[in-house]
Ligand binder design. Structure first.
Ligand SMILES: *Cc1c(COP(=O)(O)O)cnc(C)c1O
Length: 371
């Protein structure tokens, strides 16, 4: 039997009736874009993360772009961010005309290291874009303290971490604004693309609401106040996501339990298991381990029918698309080292204990020959 990295179809089967009914309800309603389902989902997601406003958009990348644009970040501005993330994080900064400045990560948590923010500060720095990578909340207390000193805008990229917390506060309620992605593989994933911005800033929320529909005036769609985007969430996705949101707490808890079992089973091997910072929680979007023999271990697991994936084999500062920024190999050593060592093991809320034992056994088997 094959073990997948995640099991989207298995999850759908558990909620099939409810999702199908919600989708049929939308089809019958005749309203397909930015209707009542989107409005309710916006309220429910904002409530879930303890923020005041939610604005549904087409995907998580647009959520970042529209937020930065609404905050007035643009050409000539620098935004401090992490090199150890999905490309979209930095791409959004470049898309509004600003320049990403990469700050190395804490090798324990894989999140941006707040102690290194000051060394990358210039008179052009305007914002910080931390990512709660693999599901673990970044150290938002230190990040916000640094931002406060310099009056910087802080946008959290929460695409992988809906439900995670730092010091008891949810991701999405810690920065000036935060973004989520509803890409199918995320902890709260739709059946297509989707994204959301949450914020407590009413002015920013109003601006983003206008930007997503071509910069139009709230009172009339044919009065345009600024150059905007077409970035809307559709009713079918929102209706399905509202069903899934009801289970998110339970699913995140199930992920934590899977991770705990892995932690226990893998504890005596020469590999690094996830470390959660004091004060932070993780919703284990991915279960990431470190191995000196990453590629050989992945090949071994593949032979046993177990899917793995190496996340972020090329850190963003060394991507071809960012060659012009002029970073050299060796400039961000932690991100570069981890890009060669990390891999994700299968983990999803419906995963059976027995399957976790099988994966852990296959990892142990790999090391029996070498230690
Ligand atoms: C998935 C992801 C995004 C982009 O979301 P899309 O919905 O695919 O556009 C951005 N940042 C991070 C960290 C992600 O994991």
């Amino acid at each position: 039997m094959k073990t997948p990295l995640m099991d989207l179809k298995g999850q759908y089967e558990l909620i099939r009736e409810q999702v199908n009914q919600a989708i049929l309800r939308v089809l019958d309603s005749g309203q397909y874009i930015l209707g009542p389902e989107v409005k309710k989902l916006e309220e429910e997601v904002a409530h879930f993360v303890d923020a005041s406003y939610g604005i549904g958009v087409a995907n998580g990348t647009d959520a970042l772009v529209l937020s930065l644009d609404a905050a007035g970040i643009g050409p000539g501005d620098e935004v401090l961010t992490t090199p150890f993330t999905f490309f979209a994080t930095a791409e959004a900064i470049s898309r509004v005309g600003a320049t990403p400045v990469f700050v190395d990560i804490d090798p324990k948590t894989y999140n941006l290291d707040p102690d290194q923010l000051e060394t990358h500060r210039t008179e052009k720095t305007r914002a910080i874009l931390p990512v709660h990578i693999f599901g673990q909340a970044a150290n938002m207390v230190d990040i916000m303290a640094c931002a406060r000193d310099h009056h910087w805008f802080v946008l959290e990229d929460g695409a992988q971490a809906i439900g995670a917390e730092f010091k008891g506060h949810r991701v999405g309620s810690l920065g000036h604004a935060a973004t989520f992605s509803f890409f199918p593989t995320k902890n709260l994933g739709g059946y297509g693309d989707g994204g959301m911005i949450v914020t407590n800033d009413e002015h920013l929320a109003t601006k983003i609401r206008s930007l997503r529909v071509h910069g139009s005036d709230p009172t009339s769609k044919y009065i345009n106040r600024q150059i905007g985007y077409n970035s809307r969430l559709d009713e079918l996705q929102a209706a399905a996501l509202r069903i899934k949101l009801k289970y998110l707490e339970e699913w995140n808890q199930a992920r934590r339990e899977c991770a705990q079992l892995y932690d226990h089973l893998l504890s005596n091997l020469p590999i690094g298991t996830p470390q959660v910072l004091e004060g932070a929680t993780s919703v284990y979007h991915l279960y990431i381990i470190q191995s000196e023999e990453r590629d050989a271990l992945m090949a071994h697991l593949q032979k046993r029918g177990m899917a793995t994936n190496a996340y972020y084999t090329v850190p963003l500062h060394l991507q071809i698309a960012y060659r012009e920024l002029g970073y050299q190999v060796g400039s961000l050593p932690h991100a570069e080292a981890l890009a060669k060592r990390t891999l994700a093991l299968p983990l999803y809320p419906e995963m059976k204990e027995e399957t976790i034992y099988q994966v852990a056994d296959a990892v142990k088997e790999f090391y029996q020959g070498t230690v």
